[in-house]
Structures are given as C-alpha cells and as structure tokens.
Design a protein around this ligand. Structure first.
Ligand code: FAD
Length: 327
C-alpha cells in the first residue's frame, strides 16, 4: 500500500504532543500495510525537528521551504496538493492536527486532489490489508462511527483531534531521510504578518491531562480566582464556557465548545456550567467529567461521571483543601 503522510507544524521550540499522536497512528497503518511514513515538516526551515520525527517513526522527513516563516493554511493545503501530485505514488493517507489551520488547509488539499476528507477523527485503525478506518464521534459523541474511503480511493485526508490517539514512543536509534521541497508559490497571495502567542506558564488547554473550566456560574471575572487555585493544585489547564468569554471575564483562547476549542483530557471539571450542547461539543470526549453545579437538574450532570450539587464557591475550595491535605 502507498505511504502515510503526516503534516507537522514545526514552528514551536518543542514539538506538540499531537504530532506524536499522529505519528503513532501513521506508523500503525504503515506497519500493517508494509508502507512508509513521511512527515511533512513546515514552519521549520532549519529542520530542527527532523531527528525527533525520525525517533517518532518517520522514514522520511520532507521539509517545506518557504520565504514565509509561517505558511498560511491555504498555502499549506496547496503545497501538500502539489506534493501529492508530484509523488511517484500518491499517499494513502494525509493526517493533519485538527484546529484553525487544518480547518482551512485540509479542505483546500482534499478539493485540489479530489480526495475524501474525514474531520475530527478520534481513532484510526487498520482493516485487513492495512486500509485505514477512521473513528469519529459526531453529534457530541452520541454516535460513534467508523468510516472508510470507497474502494479505489487513492488518498484520504483526515484531521485528527488532539489528545485522542495514542502517541508514538520515541526511539532515538531511528533515522530518516531528509528531503527539501519548496512551498507552492502560486498560493502566496496572502501572508501571515505575525503569529502572536499568549504567554502562559500553564499547560496548553488542548493537550492538558486535566482541565478545570468555569462558566456563567462564576458570576464575574473574579470568580476565575477559584478556578485558577484548583487548576494550580492539580497542574491543570483552565477552560471556560462561551458566556464567560463573551462577558469579557476571560480571554477567548480558553473557550471550550463548538465555537471554541475541543479538549479530551483524562479529567474535566466543569464549575458553574449548565452543559449546553455547544459546550458539550468541545468536552464530551473527556475521559472523566466532574460537574459542580447548584442546580440538580442541570444538563451537565447527564454528561458527568461524578456530580456535585453545590455552590461552587463552597465546593471548589473544599476540593482544593482535600487535595492539599493528601499532597
Ligand atoms: C452557534 C453557537 C455556538 C456556541 N458555542 C459555544 C461554545 O463554543 N462554548 C460554549 O460554552 N457555549 C457556546 N454557545 C453557548 C451555549 O448555547 C450556552 O449558552 C453556554 O454554553 C452556556 O454557558 P454556561 O453553562 O456557562 O452558562 P449557563 O447556561 O447560564 O449556566 C450557568 C450554570 O451555572 C450554575 N450556577 C450558577 N451559580 C452557581 C454557583 N454559585 N455554584 C454552582 N453552580 C452555579 C447554574 O445552575 C447554571 O447551570 C454557543 C451558542 C451558539 C448559538
């Protein structure tokens, strides 16, 4: 079978965890099919992450060269499309990490090469012969679907949810061939002037093992002090519902949900959040949900593994004190 490609954004000092997760899935498919894995590394002209990608299972690292430090998503999609067209054999699968970038790049790629696109994939399995099967959880995880491309499909494009797949284990003895490919120059009409990242010592929301989220029940921006204290005690990331963001209590980068970020931590603690379908869209894949809400009828309890019917301003400090006692 043809090779597996993984798009890797190398802009940051350390490779994001989702790249190890995509590499793990690509390696699994490649091993089942007797194929190879190519990591397409962009926003990293010096290829500083090439060795790490080899250790994670890449047989080949294709470094995208561009005059721009940050490739606009459309350029990334067009570049991948040209690479597919130029390849001796089109890849069986191209994986990209779900997020704002992939939401623009993946459709551009799929459209350009006439490939099916599976978005927000939470699992990848190999059918007999290594053909990829993609697991999705639409309708806020009320349904689990396993989808495959129609027979005869050359390439499938898929975007992968962060924290959903098992990461590849690094093996420092592995090496990869490094090749260089130019970015698609015909798609450079738009350029990214600057990428601004909010500086925070906290663990990234989309990659955190534990997330403590606050909603309208916090009553105001000062309510987040309670959330922060519990998050500090747990080494957790902070999340928020949309009203907390719309009211200006916390920055939009913390919003979880349909129009915010999708998270899948081991533990999600929802404080003063009612559990709307739009919020659930961003957190329903959490492995364990603890809900604290003073309304026993709140919908969040239907999503929760553990429910605490209480005033969050009493319950959260109690939890924190108990954690401190056990530390
Ligand atoms: C197109 C669209 C997209 C949307 N996208 C998103 C999204 O991405 N993310 C998102 O979150 N929402 C989104 N929403 C909004 C969504 O519909 C809900 O309005 C929102 O999720 C509700 O937020 P909440 O639970 O914080 O507030 P509320 O629904 O007002 O719930 C507050 C909860 O706090 C409880 N509470 C109050 N005080 C306390 C206390 N002291 N102690 C304990 N509990 C208390 C209340 O009992 C209540 O259950 C979207 C809506 C639309 C139409």
């Amino acid at each position: 079978m043809a090779d597996m490609w993984v798009g890797v954004n190398g802009a940051e000092e350390a490779l994001r965890q989702v790249n190890a997760e995509m590499m793990g899935a690509a390696r699994l498919l490649a091993d089942a099919a007797g194929a190879k894995v190519t990591a397409v590394l962009y926003n990293d002209a010096s290829a500083r992450h090439a060795e790490a990608l080899a250790a994670l299972g890449a047989d080949r690292v294709a470094v995208v060269e561009s005059s721009q430090d940050a490739l606009p998503p459309e350029t990334l999609g067009r570049t991948l499309a040209r690479m597919v067209a130029d390849a001796a054999e089109a890849p069986a699968v191209v994986l990209l990490a779900d997020g704002a970038e992939a939401r623009a790049a993946a459709p551009a790629l799929a459209q350009a090469i006439g490939a099916p696109l599976f978005s927000d994939v939470v699992g990848i399995e190999a059918a007999s012969g290594g053909a990829p099967v993609f697991v999705r959880e639409p309708y806020t995880a009320k349904v689990v679907e396993r989808v495959q491309a129609a027979p005869g499909t050359a390439t499938v494009v898929a975007t992968v949810r962060r924290s959903a797949l098992a990461p590849a284990e690094a093996d420092g003895s592995r090496t990869a061939e490094v090749v260089r490919v130019p970015a698609d120059a015909t798609a450079l009409a738009r350029s990214i002037a600057e990428v601004v990242r909010a500086a925070s010592d906290r663990v990234d929301l989309t990659e955190a093992d534990v997330v403590v989220s606050g909603g309208r029940g916090l009553g105001g921006p000062e309510g987040f002090a309670v959330i922060e204290a519990l998050a500090d005690a747990l080494g957790a990331a902070i999340g928020a519902s949309r009203p907390a963001v719309d009211n200006g209590w916390i920055d939009i980068q913390y919003q979880v949900g349909q129009t915010g970020k999708t998270v899948a931590p081991a533990l999600y603690i929802a404080c003063g959040i009612s559990g709307s379908i739009q919020h659930a869209a961003g957190m329903a894949a959490s492995k364990c949900v603890v809900a604290i809400n003073k309304d026993p009828e709140a919908e969040i309890f239907a999503l929760a593994d553990y429910g605490i019917v209480a005033d969050l301003f009493e319950a959260v400090p109690l939890l924190q004190a108990e954690l401190a006692r056990r530390a």
